[in-house]
Design a protein. Structure first.
Length: 156
């Protein structure tokens, strides 16, 4: 991606709703803009794939694991091509302290705190997520713009 691109961190909620075909407009708008670099993290890889197992297997991921069906699901719907669209945020040693600070400061669950820590450490000031309730206060305090609809998109 060029130096002129704007980075937007993509939360798994955007990918899950896209997969379920319940809310597709925001991701489609983001994908249509070549000046936007879409970024995910290892946390997003895990969260999305966990939900993918439930969506495709039509039961809990634990049940899918117990029935040894993970391979079948990944053969049927391998998320690699979806993941390849995104840049992967690098992780540094500093994430541990920042992540724990975010959990404590904003009463966040671990994965949400990891997402904010990734944004902060990678200087990404735009976060696309449908989990508005979880992120609103923390994003405001950390000067990260929360994008939950096409209307929220900055002019890039």
């Amino acid at each position: 991606m060029s130096n002129n691109s704007q980075k937007i961190f993509i939360d798994s909620s955007i990918l899950v709703e896209f997969k379920k075909q319940t809310r597709t407009d925001l991701l489609m708008a983001l994908l249509a803009n070549p000046r936007i670099e879409l970024v995910i993290s290892h946390t997003i890889l895990s969260e999305y794939t966990y939900h993918l197992l439930a969506i495709e297997g039509q039961k809990s991921p634990r049940s899918i694991k117990e029935s040894c069906s993970i391979t079948d699901i990944l053969l049927r719907d391998n998320p690699f091509s979806l993941f390849s669209i995104f840049s992967l945020a690098p992780t540094s040693k500093e994430i541990t302290g920042v992540f724990l600070e975010m959990m404590s400061k904003y009463n966040l669950l671990p994965n949400d705190a990891l997402i904010l820590a990734d944004c902060k450490l990678n200087k990404i000031d735009l976060l696309a997520s449908y989990d508005v309730k979880d992120f609103t206060k923390a994003c405001e305090q950390e000067s990260i713009k929360l994008i939950s609809s096409v209307i929220d998109l900055p002019l890039i």
